[in-house]
Design a protein around this ligand. Structure first.
Ligand SMILES: NC(=O)c1ccc[n+]([C@@H]2O[C@H](COP(=O)([O-])OP(=O)(O)OC[C@H]3O[C@@H](n4cnc5c(N)ncnc54)[C@H](O)[C@@H]3O)[C@@H](O)[C@H]2O)c1
Length: 314
């Protein structure tokens, strides 16, 4: 099976490409290596597979019809896993239009090409942030959404709506996967576990937003990749799935876990609760378990230990 992965040089995309190649898929990666974080890290992310005969890299933009024509015409992918995006919540408050441009327009551009070229399956990387103001936990896919609280979340919700519309109009098989705070080797450098690990190990203060009681459902990268591959291989018209761990940890306890893993005390730089942040994310994963056979295996204690091992050796 030939899979086009967009954003395949990023954290989740590159981990997915590695696993797909290992399992014998043909992989095309389209990534523009933008400078949201150091592009050198993204080049590094591709190194396990760059010389594989089953892997091809296109450096380009999902908004560019020329490169998409070339890829769909020449490579003839059967499946699209769309992960390319502007991904940070806080940054979306600074540059909201970038998020409309890449996360909404870019997604519609890919849906259009996927429709024209009769793609068998389209998998969209959505986010737990679409649950926004919801307070009833754990979050279920069919819970009414009570409003997104950042431009990033709004753009991801818009992407989901376009996916549903394309599936409805053109009978396309589409999955929207709502990822819950993904972590592990190659995690984006500005994300909490990565940033805190760096700062604690260097003896520098860590910025802690709010009183430390906010909770996150952290999901280990291998479990997320497994969920994506299961979605590629399961048949249905349109579905939304939570891809989470279904366990939460408070920010305070996450910091304690990092301190004991790194064996160093954190210096806390307390900051006010941030606009755009939510108090809790918590996934009900019963639907993904039932339909996809998704079964996350990595507890946060084990995942943080694996991240630290990777961080020291990278
Ligand atoms: N990491 C998480 O915790 C998390 C949680 C929920 C959802 N997601 C979603 O998963 C996907 C991957 O996230 P990630 O953490 O791996 O982010 P990432 O930034 O590491 O990866 C995204 C990749 O997309 C590429 N890209 C950005 N704009 C592009 C464009 N216009 N054309 C081509 N390539 C472009 C970037 O260069 C980058 O390599 C994103 O859609 C993100 O919104 C991530």
């Amino acid at each position: 099976m030939k899979v086009l992965v967009t954003g395949g040089a990023g954290f989740i995309g590159s981990s997915l490409c590695d696993k797909l190649i290992e399992r014998g898929y043909d992989v095309i990666n389209l990534d523009n290596f933008n400078n949201y974080y150091d592009p050198k890290i993204k080049w590094q992310n591709t190194q396990n597979v760059i010389h594989s005969p089953n892997y091809k890299l296109y450096v380009g933009d999902i908004r560019d019809p020329k490169i998409l024509s070339q890829i769909f015409e020449v490579e003839k992918p059967e499946v699209v896993v769309h992960l390319a995006a502007m991904a940070g919540v806080r940054n979306s408050l600074k540059d909201p239009l970038d998020y409309v441009d890449v996360d909404v327009k870019g997604t519609v551009n890919l849906l259009e090409f996927s429709r024209k070229y009769g793609i068998e399956k389209f998998v969209f990387g959505s986010s737990s942030s679409v649950y926004g103001k919801n307070t009833k936990v754990p979050f279920k896919e069919d819970d009414p959404l009570e409003g997104q609280v950042s431009p990033y979340a709004a753009s991801k919700r818009a992407g989901e709506i376009y996916c549903q519309t394309y599936s409805e109009m053109y009978n396309m098989k589409i999955s929207c996967l709502r990822f819950f705070t993904v972590y592990g080797p190659r995690q984006r450098p500005e994300e909490a576990i990565h940033l805190f690990t760096k700062l604690i190990s260097e003896g520098k203060p860590i910025p802690v937003f709010g009183d430390g009681t906010s909770k996150r459902d952290y999901t280990y990268i291998d479990d997320v990749v497994d969920g994506i591959i299961k979605a590629i291989n399961t048949d249905y018209e349109f579905e939304i799935f939570n891809i989470g761990n279904s366990e939460t940890i408070t920010l305070e306890n996450l910091i304690k876990l990092l301190e004991s893993t790194i064996d160093k005390k954190a210096i806390i730089d307390r900051k006010p609760f941030q606009l755009g942040d939510v108090q809790i994310t918590y996934a009900d994963i019963s639907k993904a378990k039932k339909i996809l056979g998704y079964e996350p295996k990595t507890k946060i204690e084990e995942g943080v230990k694996k991240f630290w091992e990777w961080y020291k050796d990278r």
